[in-house]
Write a protein that binds this ligand. Structure first.
Ligand code: CA
Ligand code: CA
Length: 194
């Protein structure tokens, strides 16, 4: 009885530790939690375990929007194996690759996912991490790009850095002057919000 119990306990403990190890051996992260629209999203995936892992899908990174719709897939070197201690990096330009022509995705919440397989192609984990994209032209920082932001841009129209009506919040391209380039960015972001 004592032996059976200890065997059971032993198998429970090893099951528990292997589950913990599975979640601990991959690191999937983005360099920031929040990006402005159009900013590069830098993604890093590290195999921090002691086994080589494999990817069935090439490329293994996918980006989904808040509704779960896949909007982009990573471009990677031609490899489907990742040895222990090695990393994959991907910079996503926020373009939806599945539209023709590709378009910048709207502001909102996004998730990056990787499917991780073992050497016999069994799925062992689907690590994911989420991040947020906010509009670039949200001058008053209320989460929306609308007539309020247009009003602020209008108030600072043609102002240069140092002028009393210069407003850095509407200098969307940060070139120290409020002009048609900033209006163009506001136009691109018009009615974006999350
Ligand atoms: Ca706003
Ligand atoms: Ca500007």
């Amino acid at each position: 009885m004592g032996i059976v119990l200890s065997v059971l306990l032993g198998s429970m403990l090893s099951a528990t530790s292997s589950m913990a190890a599975t979640s601990d051996v991959f690191i999937l992260e983005t360099d920031k939690a929040t990006y402005v629209r159009g900013e590069d999203v830098k993604i890093n995936f590290t195999n921090s375990g002691d086994e080589t892992i494999y990817f069935v899908w090439y490329p293994p990174f996918t980006i989904s929007d808040a509704q779960g719709v896949v909007v982009a897939a990573g471009e990677l070197p031609m490899t489907t194996a990742l040895p222990p201690g090695e990393s994959l990096n991907w910079t996503w330009d926020q373009m939806n690759d599945y539209l023709i022509p590709p378009e910048l995705v709207p502001a909102g919440n996004y998730t990056v996912t990787v499917e991780v397989h073992n050497s016999t192609w069994g799925l062992i984990a689907i690590p994911s991490t989420s991040f947020k994209i906010v509009p670039r032209a949200d001058a008053n920082h209320d989460g929306y790009v609308n007539v309020l932001d247009l009003g602020l841009l209008s108030d600072a129209w043609l102002a240069e850095s140092g002028d009393p009506n210069y407003n850095p919040d509407v200098d969307f391209n940060m070139d120290d002057v409020i002009n048609i380039l900033d209006l163009g960015i506001l136009s691109d972001d018009w009615l974006q919000g999350c």
